[in-house]
Design a protein around this ligand. Structure first.
Ligand code: NAD
Length: 294
């Protein structure tokens, strides 16, 4: 069997711990990131560091990307496909629009390469712990080629359907997450304004029809739950800026498919307002403070 020689691009908050888990699992990793200091941890752990993307990809038989946006992924993959063999599989775990994922896949197929979208859920904590959830779109045979590799970085790997379906799952999930977080904060704030103890109200709603993930494991009201961002001034967790990015992708997808998404639109507006209010680096449950009574 051919040994996997992996080119890994994007050693940011997510990519760096994911790369470290791959190295720990014994993969030969060639890495590139334009920010030199981001390369250090991977280099110390044994990755081969490259000064440009072409040298990083050259001679490798698998390309993995964890980058900020669709245009960045597209530009990078276009610039390196000539230095890898035809048939090479590209695995993109960045969160980008389903339309961008399909366009990138089409372009790579035309040059004889393969592509799957494999965005993740689980945040930086999941990336460090190796417990991410991967949602994969593309050919199932391509997923099977890398399933073991994905399972060194994650705990769950789902095949979502044809190329772009991983991003569809990611965008729909995060839109729903924003909507139920906002709804949970709104309901608990109303209860508070009417004199209810938010902890008691949460317990009641968790056993009633308003039950949801935000209530159960991520309560947005300070003092209701230990170990969640609301209990530490909304530090750590999933940043408003990232939620706002994902809601923007959901808006784009809804417009492209001519689907009404009124709650997603409201959620996108609210998270943009949080960014304008200077709360972009806070956890997304900070919506409860923004909507606080008085
Ligand atoms: P980040 O900004 O910390 O990291 C992105 C990295 O890509 C940076 O180190 C940057 O220097 C590098 N980069 C930019 N252009 C590059 C290029 N041409 N070649 C190689 N590297 C390049 O972002 P992140 O938090 O690590 O997120 C990465 C992706 O994962 C995003 O698409 C994000 O939406 C998604 N995501 C993030 C989280 C999270 O909690 N942070 C959770 C799930 C998904």
């Amino acid at each position: 069997m051919t040994k996997t020689k992996l080119a890994f691009f994007g050693l940011g908050n997510m990519g760096s711990p994911m790369a470290l888990n791959l190295i720990k699992a014994g993969f030969e990793l060639h890495v590139f990131d334009p920010i030199t200091k981001n390369l250090k941890e991977a280099a110390d752990a044994g990755a081969k560091v490259h000064q440009d993307p072409q040298s990083c990809a050259s001679g490798q038989n698998l390309v993995f990307t964890m980058l900020p946006s669709g245009p960045v992924v597209s530009e990078l993959l276009t610039s390196i496909r000539t230095v890898v063999a035809k048939g090479t599989l590209f695995v993109d775990s960045s969160t980008i629009s389903p339309m961008d994922a399909k366009a990138i896949a089409n372009s790579l197929h035309e040059s004889g390469h393969r592509f799957i979208d494999a965005p993740v859920s689980g945040g930086t904590g999941g990336a460090k712990a190796g417990t991410l959830t991967f949602m994969v779109g593309g050919q199932s045979s391509d997923l099977e080629q890398v399933r073991t590799m994905l399972l060194t970085m994650g705990k769950n790997v789902f095949f979502a359907g044809p190329v772009g379906s991983g991003q569809v799952a990611k965008v729909c999930n995060n839109m729903l997450l924003a909507i139920h977080m906002i709804g949970t904060a709104e309901a608990l704030n109303l209860g508070r304004a009417l004199g209810s103890d938010p902890k008691v109200l949460s317990e009641i709603m968790m056993k009633s029809s308003g039950r949801n993930w935000s209530l159960e494991v991520y309560n947005p009201i300070p003092g209701t739950m230990d170990g969640v961002p609301s209990s530490r001034d909304f530090e750590g967790g999933f940043m408003v800026d990232l939620m706002s990015k994902d809601l923007g992708l959901a808006r784009e997808a809804a417009a492209a498919s001519k689907v009404a998404s009124p709650m997603g639109a409201q959620a996108a507006e609210l998270y943009r307002l949080l960014q304008k209010a200077g709360l972009g680096k806070k956890d997304f449950s900070v919506i409860s403070r923004f909507l606080e009574p008085g």
